[in-house]
Write a new protein. Structure first.
Length: 665
């Protein structure tokens, strides 16, 4: 062959792409090792995880030296092309391996790989070092010679042992998480398949998948009867067709059978655990995970998709006499194959059916939960049939949300009632144009209901403000830090004055005075300020709609102040702010300063001195306000409204009844 004009060579650099850098997780790598043990007719695979190594041992057929060199160390060796190679001799298993590169995955998680194997009494051992392989790659050599080992472990009398050392830290997994992940990657575990797996002496079982008990609604596809008992907690199950057909590229037809299940859980949060996100539909082929998630290709945006999990088996994707459509990492499929397209179409149609059914089931469940509150039950029963359908849909949407606290669910039900009433009123308002004069009584009824809901909405706002007032009252009583009170008042300026509902400019809290104008004028803003003035800062500052600048200076509730000191502080704020505005905005601003204190200033127990100080403050655009006065004024404004509403409206009575109902389970 040396006289041939052309030749193709393969570099060891291929190992970088086919194994060393191909896999991204420990479970994926160990899955390849377990699959090799399955193909070796092993009955037991044990994995032992230590801080510095991982040991995998099986009791399979083992390898003679010829097997090691011609098969295991032969990259790309395809067992299925060998006569009878696609079926194992002892248990007649369909082999999982196909590409002959899975063994390279070990280098993704370890730099030192030791392998011992026994076959028919012949013992062999060798070691591969990633550093040596990389050196060969750099030298552009095509052959690597693993080091022979003679220190054979005495306890290995059958099968193969792989020891992974010098682990890559980023790949480490806890045994508990690994047990879950491997259980989720194989469906051939258990006595039925004569195949057992353990991690640190703990058997890995189907139950270790740890999601069957979470399934609320279940859709089954030719599911074995002995598997159905795992879904004992499901509230609804449905058997679906499982045969799919396709047309091959050559015009011939194909047919395959999908088995497994798709389910939805009650709470979307339950699909996240220490082993990762399991909001997926896994595709398994020949008992091993072949695609981690087929759900993500559909870009489902519906709420239902956040609750889905499933396992579908599609062995027709890996037939010995058909093209291999798995990717090199054995975790995805190559697009374009008619078998895969048929499966994708099948799953998409099932998702549409599941979405519709799930919505209906959640609506029914949501209505049942909502009607546990007598007040809502009475309100619901008072609705017409069409409105009941709308209400059920609304309850269903609430039921689609993940709500852990019963109190939060009650609040959502209250808001749902208000939202429903708004929808109802909009329908009635649209009908106003069609109402004849003889229907004036109906018009009066509509307006009465509108007043009722508007009053209820305001009532909710007022109750919220009373809670804000009570929080401030507690802070004052506890002599809270100035910063705590400062933030509370800055968020609720209506406490100082109901007309200060919103400021025209952004609020400035605990800010240097010049900062408000820095964005517009830059460093120039500081040019006319002294070093002391540049450091001056106020607690809260904002502008009213009329353009008045309000500065609020707070003192801790227990601090005793002097009027003169407050005036000096206020004049400093006014002087600095006025200097900036006059120069850069060319007008004389109105600046008010409010001092919020917990105690009367020194000397104010004398009425004459107090009146003189108040007059002096007013002349300068300043005033002193006690926390107690602020609280009394704010409480009086809103408490009077609550006390006057003795004749509570229809909707408010309903909301109050929901509040006092026993908490939902």
């Amino acid at each position: 062959m040396d006289n041939q004009p052309y030749k193709m060579t393969l570099s060891l650099n291929l190992l970088n792409h086919l194994g060393i850098n191909l896999y991204s997780s420990v479970p994926a790598v160990l899955s390849e090792v377990v699959a090799n043990s399955w193909d070796a007719d092993a009955e037991l695979v044990t994995i032992t995880i230590d801080s510095d190594k991982i040991v995998i041992t099986d009791d399979g057929n083992g390898m003679a030296k010829n097997d090691i060199n011609n098969r295991y160390l032969s990259i790309g060796y395809q067992r299925r092309n060998v006569p009878d190679g696609s079926i194992t001799p002892k248990y007649q298993r369909k082999v999982m391996g196909r590409k002959g590169i899975g063994k390279l995955s070990l280098f993704s998680i370890a730099r030192n790989i030791t392998i011992y194997s026994v076959k028919d009494g012949e013992k062999n051992g060798f070691q591969m070092l990633l550093a040596d392989i990389e050196k060969k790659i750099q030298q552009e050599e095509s052959t690597y010679y693993p080091a022979e080992l003679n220190d054979f472990p005495p306890d290995l009398t059958r099968g193969t042992r792989i020891i992974l050392r010098d682990l890559k830290k980023r790949q480490r997994q806890t045994p508990a998480a690994l047990r879950k992940q491997l259980a989720r990657r194989f469906s051939i575990l258990g006595s039925k398949h004569h195949f057992a797996l353990s991690i640190n002496n703990d058997p890995v079982t189907i139950e270790d998948r740890d999601y069957f008990s979470k399934i609320q609604f279940l859709w089954m596809y030719d599911l074995d009867d002995d598997f159905k008992h795992y879904f004992k907690n499901s509230d609804h199950s449905e058997v679906r067709k499982s045969t799919i057909c396709w047309e091959n590229d050559d015009g011939s037809s194909g047919k395959g059978n999908v088995t497994g299940w798709i389910g939805t859980v009650k709470s979307a949060g339950s699909l996240k655990d220490d082993a990762g996100n399991i909001n997926k539909i896994v595709i398994l082929v020949r008992g091993k995970m072949a695609q981690e998630d087929i759900l993500d290709i559909f870009n489902e945006g519906g709420m239902y998709s956040k609750y889905i999990i499933g396992e579908l088996h599609a062995d027709f994707l890996d037939l010995d006499d058909s093209d291999d459509i798995t990717t090199s990492s054995r975790q995805q499929f190559i697009d374009g194959d008619p078998r895969l397209k048929s499966l994708q179409d099948f799953v998409q149609q099932e998702l549409k059916h599941i979405q519709k059914k799930w919505t209906s089931l959640r609506n029914d469940e949501g209505t049942k939960v909502a009607l546990e509150i007598d007040a809502i039950k009475q309100w619901f029963n008072s609705l017409g049939e069409d409105h009941k359908k709308r209400a059920k849909s609304l309850f269903g949407k609430i039921n689609q949300l993940t709500i852990d606290e019963p109190e939060d669910r009650k609040n959502l039900l209250k808001y749902a009632v208000l939202a429903f009433e708004h929808l109802s009123y909009k329908n009635n308002l649209d009908a106003l144009e069609k109402i004849e004069p003889d229907d004036i009584l109906l018009v009066g009824s509509i307006f009465s209901r509108l007043d009722d809901i508007e009053a209820s909405l305001y009532y909710q706002i007022v109750r919220g403000r009373i809670e804000v007032i009570e929080t401030l009252e507690k802070n004052v009583k506890d002599n809270a830090l100035e910063k705590v009170i400062q933030n509370h008042i800055a968020e609720h300026l209506w406490l100082l004055d109901p007309s200060w509902e919103r400021a025209t400019d952004s609020k400035f809290v605990e800010s240097r005075i010049y900062k408000e104008f820095y964005e517009a004028f830059g460093e120039e803003i500081k040019s006319d300020l002294t070093a002391e003035e540049q450091q001056a800062r106020y607690d809260i500052k904002y502008s009213t709609i009329s353009g008045t600048h309000i500065i609020i200076e707070l003192k801790r509730p227990n601090v005793k102040t002097k009027t003169g000191a407050l005036i000096d502080q206020g004049k400093k704020y006014q002087r600095i702010l006025r200097k900036i505005i006059q120069k850069h905005n060319n007008h004389d601003p109105i600046i008010e300063v409010v001092f919020l204190v917990g105690q009367l200033p020194v000397g104010w127990d004398d009425k004459k001195e107090r009146d003189e100080d108040i007059q002096s403050l007013q002349i300068k655009g300043m005033r002193i306000l006690l926390y107690s006065e602020l609280l009394d004024n704010a409480r009086r404004v809103y408490s009077e409204y609550l006390e006057q509403r003795q004749s509570t409206g229809r909707i408010q009575k309903l909301l109050d009844s929901i509040d006092t109902a026993s908490l939902l389970s």
